[in-house]
Design a protein around this ligand. Structure first.
Ligand SMILES: [Ca+2]
Ligand SMILES: [Ca+2]
Ligand SMILES: [Ca+2]
Ligand SMILES: [Ca+2]
Length: 403
């Protein structure tokens, strides 16, 4: 049995039990999975795999479709009574460890790897195939299983399942979890996905149950993060004639620690974060502008805003809020407004445009987010313009703090 470390900085921010903390692989191999907490929709599987029962046991099963996992295709898998599914080989491992490790199991999905007992007929492992090509789903459910060592009469039992989607998405769902029981909540379990070599993994800690339920979605592709252009302002006016600085925040949440973001990788509309000029005085013409930007680091950590949900799919400039700090630290990044404006191409005054943010966490996990701006053109100014008069419409993409 192994207790997961609980990141200390979170204790001050929100109560234990509300957070799901994602702990990513400390290896150089790039994680190709991102994890999101989604609304549970528990699927009861009807076909009992009667051969898979008892304490430490596994059996191989055929998959109803080719499943791609860490970029490898598989048509069969090994189901363990101890709460995991391996695509590469069976394993009796009952003593769970952190991920990744080259020790067995590998190439595996760990829904709830702990020393469990499928004490049939009270407990069972079941499967179900749903949907039609190319959107089939395959469910592997551990129903009413108990922990090894608990007596046969125990009521400490849990339901959980892996739902494999034909498109490669993995859903882990949990039901009947007693949130007063740490073990049922997974405090000694390993949850996550690990590649075939056991050198890349994404590990999650279960903690935000609602009505004893929780669902985690593991998907390939960037992880969605909340982005707030001009924190505390909604809608976000972008003066495309400004020589100023545009503040863009990636907002921290209970499952996004912004200190895990690598600011050097972040781009907005393809534009990199403003960096300190190493030798500003050689750029004669723009000395003033460069000097004014010198006082800016490219980014800071500060609690400035509250996420607007959903994070994605924003098209309306009013899909935002002007709420301030929410107790979660944010990363505020600074961009050259003119470079952002240039990236927009031909735009009209008052046009609403969705800007895309891209970047990476320090472990290589891709992140993506977006926010909408309303283009503001100062038509009465012709040609190139210096000075401080350009942002007076709202002032906040200028060299000041967003208060
Ligand atoms: Ca066991
Ligand atoms: Ca392993
Ligand atoms: Ca805003
Ligand atoms: Ca915040």
């Amino acid at each position: 049995m192994k207790r997961k470390p609980f990141l200390k900085q979170f204790r001050f921010i929100f109560p234990i039990g509300l957070a799901i903390l994602l702990i990513s692989s400390p290896t150089s191999a790039q994680n190709i999975y991102s994890v999101d907490v989604v609304t549970p929709n528990y699927i009861e599987a009807n076909t009992i795999l009667s051969a898979i029962k008892g304490d430490d046991h596994y059996e191989t099963i055929n998959l109803p479709f080719t499943f791609t996992f860490f970029k490898q295709d598989y048509n069969s898998a090994w189901v363990s009574t101890n709460g995991f599914l391996s695509f590469t080989r069976g394993s009796l491992a009952s003593s769970n460890t952190s991920l990744p490790t080259p020790d067995l199991p590998n190439g595996a999905i760990y829904a709830f790897w702990d020393d469990l007992n499928v004490d049939a007929p009270t407990a069972s492992v079941r499967t179900e195939t749903l949907g039609t090509e190319p959107n089939k789903q395959f469910v592997i459910e551990w129903r009413n299983v108990k922990f090894f060592g608990d007596p046969p009469s125990t009521t400490r039992r849990i339901d959980f399942e892996i739902v494999l989607h034909q498109n490669g998405v993995i859903l882990l769902q949990y039901r009947n979890i007693d949130t007063n029981d740490g073990r049922e909540m997974g405090n000694s379990a390993t949850v996550g996905v690990e590649n075939e070599k056991g050198d890349s993994a994404v590990q999650a800690t279960l903690a935000s149950f609602k009505d004893g339920q929780l669902a985690l979605r593991f998907a390939q592709g960037p992880r969605s993060v909340p982005v707030d252009i001009k924190p505390r302002h909604c809608p976000n006016r972008l003066n495309v004639d400004s020589d100023g600085v545009l503040h863009v925040a990636i907002l921290g949440t209970s499952d996004l620690d912004v200190t895990t973001i690598d600011p050097k990788t972040v781009t907005m509309g393809g534009v990199a974060v403003l960096s300190k000029q190493k030798d500003p005085w050689t750029t004669k013409k723009k000395t003033k502008i460069v000097a004014s930007k010198l006082c800016h680091q490219g980014w800071i950590h500060e609690d400035v805003g509250t996420p607007y949900e959903p994070f994605d799919g924003k098209t309306d400039p009013h899909q935002c809020n002007n709420k301030g700090p929410d107790g979660h630290l944010d990363m505020v990044l600074k961009f050259d407004t003119q470079a952002i404006a240039d990236s927009l191409g031909d735009v009209e005054d008052e046009e609403a445009i969705t800007l895309q943010l891209r970047g990476q966490l320090l472990d290589g996990t891709e992140i993506a987010g977006e926010d909408v701006v309303i283009v503001k053109k100062e038509k009465h100014h012709g040609g190139h313009h210096k000075g401080h008069d350009k942002d007076r419409d709202h002032g906040h993409d200028k060299d000041k703090k967003d208060h």
